[in-house]
Write a protein that binds this ligand. Structure first.
Ligand SMILES: [Zn+2]
Length: 473
């Protein structure tokens, strides 16, 4: 009887201890929010584009190294990609982080459209993404240390999410193969941990080579590569009628010749094909290639194409999604200060709203299991290699779309920092839960294997190409 009582009281003690340390981990994050805010704003100021994020990547590496993480750099043949690791053995929990900015979206941290005079801006909030994920990895490490918890916590520094697809190369390289669960998040204009969806996507540049000639003096001598681009686009535009209606195809002519009086001997068109199933995307892409071949034949030019990027759709994991939703709900959003309200109001008006809906930043959206996909992400590939879960927090003024000047502006203020800390705490709480209750990992893995299907083999949509390190040049 006495022994039984002792066991009962010991387990109560253990529970209380674990509870206390999870709370401690979260309040330790609160205490360091100023430090992490400074790091995020430093990266916001760097505003480095995909695969050029030298300073951003190294700042995060230094931050993690100072905390005792072992750093591996230049992984998957990408100079700005890295993994920071603490601990050893099972389970391995990964937290993904990004840090690339978007071209042409330079903006000051003010509520009116005004460039900061740079070539790029953090219009997708990846400066907050990378910093919150690093902060969470550090908080989890401290918790593991205090509790002598076995297992591994890893931060994955993932460059060039915007079109460069580093996570695809990292997945192809097998860098996630021993990971049990991958956690990520994304800046947003609301707090939500519903199941997300994303479109599989293949992007490629089609290059046509013709013959130059004087466009008036000797047009019969020329073969126009621009004609080929236009012929290809006409064919693809006709094809739209004969593809699944949820599919998306978009293109821009990146080179259409230099002068009207010269028959262009070179032209280039950059295509995206998307659908919520990667096999459909593969099929559509093959037909786009046929249109390009036909255009080359008909215009007597030659064609070569380069697949720039290819990402899988997102594979949801509801076991993990519910856990994250519970944690995000417990942690909750945040209130705006008077100064933030003034800023937020001006942004809201610029977005065509009557006034700031500040409640959105405070509350957490109800949990939903079905989602419509609007964009694509290279997290998709990770989600097919390891059980993966994500969520969003209100780092932007409610109603702000991603890739807007308003997103850059709010991301450069305390609003961005506050939303970022909600994310850091949610990631931390979730990782601690997974270490503490490893049955959850088993359940998530079973669900993952069922959803992926028997005999699944991971085949990247971008094939065997080397990382497109110069895609922003
Ligand atoms: Zn993004």
């Amino acid at each position: 009887m006495k022994i039984k009582l002792l066991i009962v009281s010991l387990s109560i003690f253990n529970l209380a201890f674990a509870q206390k340390t999870k709370e401690t981990a979260l309040s330790a994050l609160d205490a360091k929010s100023e430090k992490y805010g400074e790091i995020a704003q430093e990266i916001w100021g760097y505003a480095e584009m995909g695969y050029q994020e030298t300073k951003s990547s190294s700042l995060l590496q230094t931050t993690l190294k100072e905390e005792g993480f072992k750093i591996s750099t230049g992984i998957a043949e990408i100079p700005t990609a890295f993994v920071a690791e603490y601990g050893s053995g099972y389970p391995v929990i990964a937290i993904l982080g990004e840090f690339d900015a978007l071209p042409g979206l330079s903006q000051q941290a003010i509520p009116e459209k005004k460039s900061a005079g740079k070539v790029a801006g953090h219009a997708c909030g990846h400066h907050l993404f990378g910093t919150a994920s690093s902060a969470a990895a550090i908080a989890v490490k401290d918790w593991m240390k205090a509790n002598k918890q076995s297992g591994t916590i890893r931060f994955y520094g993932c460059p060039a999410e915007e079109g460069g697809g580093a996570k695809v190369y990292m997945s192809r390289e097998g860098l996630f193969d021993d990971v049990d669960v991958a956690l990520h998040w994304h800046p947003s204009s609301q707090n939500a941990a519903s199941a997300a969806a994303a479109l599989a996507n293949i992007s490629a540049k089609f290059r046509f080579y013709g013959v130059s000639a004087h466009a008036a003096g000797a047009p019969e001598m020329g073969r126009s590569s621009l004609d080929a681009v236009e012929a290809m686009n006409v064919m693809v535009n006709m094809m739209r009628e004969h593809i699944p209606q949820e599919a998306r195809i978009h293109y821009v002519i990146t080179d259409g010749g230099k002068a009207p009086n010269v028959v262009p001997d070179f032209a280039e068109v950059y295509y995206y094909a998307r659908h919520n199933r990667r096999d459909v995307v593969r099929g559509i892409f093959e037909r786009i290639v046929k249109a390009a071949e036909g255009a080359a034949l008909g215009t007597e030019t030659t064609m070569k194409y380069e697949i720039v990027n290819g990402v899988h759709e997102l594979l949801p994991n509801l076991t993990l999604q519910k856990l994250v939703h519970t944690n995000l709900t417990k942690i909750g959003g945040f209130n705006y200060t008077e100064q933030e309200k003034e800023f937020g109001n001006k942004i809201a008006i610029s977005l065509g709203q009557d006034e700031l809906n500040e409640k959105r930043a405070l509350e957490v959206q109800p949990y939903k299991e079905t989602a419509r996909a609007y964009g694509s992400t290279d997290v998709g590939d990770v989600s097919f290699v390891v059980p993966t879960v994500g969520f969003g927090t209100a780092t932007w003024v409610p109603g702000t779309p991603a890739h807007s000047w308003q997103a850059v502006a709010a991301g450069g203020t305390s609003i961005g920092n506050k939303g970022m800390m909600v994310a850091a705490k949610t990631l931390t709480a979730t990782a601690i839960d997974l270490f503490s209750n490893q049955d959850l990992i088993k359940k998530a893995t079973t669900e993952f294997e069922e959803r992926r299907g028997k005999g699944f083999i991971y085949k990247p949509l971008l094939g065997d190409r080397a990382p497109a390190l110069d895609y922003r040049k």
